[in-house]
Design a protein around this ligand. Structure first.
Ligand SMILES: [Zn+2]
Ligand SMILES: [Zn+2]
Length: 187
């Protein structure tokens, strides 16, 4: 993501000063872990920056329409994000220890008196990105044996196991599928 550099002076130069910022970022995608998500129409942000004396505090909202991959059938799955953004930009790094802040809880106002708010926006997007996505509520997913998309096609994988006319039916109980525990009789 491109940096979004905001100058502390003049708008935020004195304790008590605040500044509202709205904008739209033309980002196309982002990653969470190993997964890449497509941003369909940019990232919209609406945030307020406030000079508390020790720090610039950012708060506001971040929204985006996002496309990921269905966890069951691997087809595109779309969702909306509306997330709270937060940022804490210390004027003096040594204040972090006094305030008991962890490393990921603050950033520092640079020596040329600017802050970069892009990280706060990206974190807001990331925390509201669902870990498991579905293309629709009742997605049937892919057959774990033959791989067909069960939303559009059916397969006979399940039937083969129970079909008594299948010449191999007699063997069915003798060789459990690897995912199944052997039944008590087999032991
Ligand atoms: Zn699906
Ligand atoms: Zn199948």
């Amino acid at each position: 993501m491109q940096p979004i550099i905001i100058s502390v002076f003049p708008a935020l130069g004195e304790p008590g000063d605040s500044l509202s910022l709205q904008g739209k970022l033309d980002e196309k995608n982002y990653t969470v872990g190993f997964d890449t998500y497509e941003i369909l129409d940019g990232i919209t942000y609406d945030v307020t920056l406030y000079n508390s004396g020790h720090a610039i505090i950012l708060s506001g909202t971040v929204t985006a329409s996002v496309r990921g991959e269905c966890s069951r059938c691997l087809e595109p799955a779309d969702f909306e994000i509306e997330s709270q953004a937060e940022g804490y930009y210390l004027f003096d790094e040594s204040a972090a220890e006094e305030q008991g802040l962890e490393e990921d809880e603050f950033e520092i106002v640079t020596s040329d008196e600017t802050i970069d708010i892009s990280n706060a926006i990206m974190v807001a997007l990331t925390i509201e990105t669902p870990l498991v996505l579905f293309c629709k509520k009742n997605c049937k997913g892919l057959c774990p044996r033959c791989g067909v998309d069960l939303n559009y096609e059916s397969c006979s994988c399940d039937k083969e196991v129970v079909d008594p006319t299948n010449p191999f039916a007699a063997l069915a109980g003798m060789f459990p599928w690897p995912s199944e525990e052997p039944s008590a009789e087999d032991r």
